[in-house]
Ligand binder design. Sequence first.
Ligand SMILES: [Zn+2]
Length: 208
Amino acid sequence: MPIAVFPLGALETNSYFMYGGNQAIAVDVGGPPDAMIAWLAEHKIHLAAICATHVHFDHLYGVAALAEATGVPVYTPSGDDVLAGTEASKGGIWGFPLVPPFESSAVPSGKCAFAGMECEVLETPGHTPGGISLYFPGQRVVFTGDALFCRSIGRTDFPLGDHATLLRSIYEKLFVLPEDTKVFPGHGPTTTIGEEIRNNPFCGDFSQ
Ligand SMILES: [Zn+2]
């Protein structure tokens, strides 16, 4: 699978490279990205973009440093703009440091391409108001941020989180993907859509 994962930061946020040929996209950067930068050099892979699944601080700590090291554009979901400037996005709470600031533009909506790979941007709000999942149909891969985890789902007790909205996102946007689609979540191990449809204890009422 053309994916490299780096659990970064105090919350071990999964920070990913998805690559095809010699180009890659970074999905979330949760801490100092030294290991990611070294990986790019070692594999002679060119970073094309950085994309955040949502703007919670633990997914952003390394974005500024990786963008500065590579000069690539940063994309964040526009639906999360309401969180920009709040503690949920810029950090500085619960003993966590502040997120180094960076410039970003809105993630494209719907079908687009990243690093030469076809991608569908799925709107999966609930954990945050504008959270997205990035689905790569050619590779049968989806990055779900903190919407869907292996046997769990995202918290909805943060500002502007909504449990019913999150479940609807999971049912209507993620559980309709091919069952063999590999799920790469924002924290913890990988899984598949089919395994979560059958085994995720938080999604037991999918049939309703
Ligand atoms: Zn989050």
